[in-house]
Design a protein around this ligand. Sequence first.
Ligand code: ADP
Ligand code: MG
Length: 323
Amino acid sequence: QNMVNMIAAGEVIERPASAVKELMENSIDAGATAVVVTVEDGGRKLISITDNGEGMDRDDLAAAFESHATSKIRDTSDLSGITTLGFRGEALASIASIAHVRAVSRTPQSDQANCIEIDCGDRQSVGPCSGDVGTTIQVRDLFYKTPARRKFLRTANTEMGHITEQFTRIALPKDQLGLTLIHNGRELYRLSGSLALRQRIAQLFPMLEADDLVEASTDEKGIRIRALLGHPSTSRTNNRFQYAFLNGRFIRDKFISHAIKEAYRGLLEPNRFPVVFLFIQMPYDEYDVNVHPTKTEVRFYNSNLVHSQILATMREKLLGTDL
Ligand code: ADP
Ligand code: MG
């Protein structure tokens, strides 16, 4: 059992940022409106996530760390049309198999929190403790019992860069969610849940002129698109500032990248990449997210339609704007 979890862990948890992603996604799936992410030493020493979501009762808390313990899918027919960010039920089990984990959780119905501690898969205790409604999960010393894996961790700075990127990918499409990121006691981001998307972009990317992004939106053929587009003169030498989200999930997709390139055709110098933020909403049963454990790849059932809608939305705006 432990071995199976450790193998599974290799797929999902490769570095601190992967744990941050999985834990933040769980907080969102639990309906949290505020999430605080605290890390030390680039997440190598500590990752701690506190949310004000629906919490877990004692039994759910104990079950959450079992392999394939998901409360989000009941049978395989649920696999088409997944509306939650998580669904594999292996993240917590994987994380708990490779670190020291302490979780505290309380449901709104309960006046008592429960607490569980697991050390590299060995359950140490579960029982009542004090805590607010919601969940806190602390992950200490990732990979400390597997030196071969720990060796692959990079410097605190590099690992922190990956964590910040994951934080950003989750924060961008969830502009109603209050989010804080603290590293070694220093607050890196405090994002309010009541600001406009453009302000969230400005907070996350102080180096971009968020006010100058051109906005386009369409809602046709079942696909709702909102795009914030950088002026061609603000293009970059790489695609670091191209973000696409599908129903609130960060995705990488070759059809989308191609549509972006096409939309800017003739407007950019060679080998330049525009700044683009794309938010796509479409029915959950028109694509498959169960392609890869990290879920950043999707398979559209009608990729041509997705491509043409994105291209049309962007192209029309770009050509209609005084560039
Ligand atoms: P998945 O998200 O794929 O269901 P996880 O291993 O990430 O699997 O989580 C297992 C289960 O633990 C979830 O299905 C959920 O019921 C519960 N859970 C995890 N994190 C939280 C949280 N922050 N608040 C409430 N419940 C949680
Ligand atoms: Mg999950």
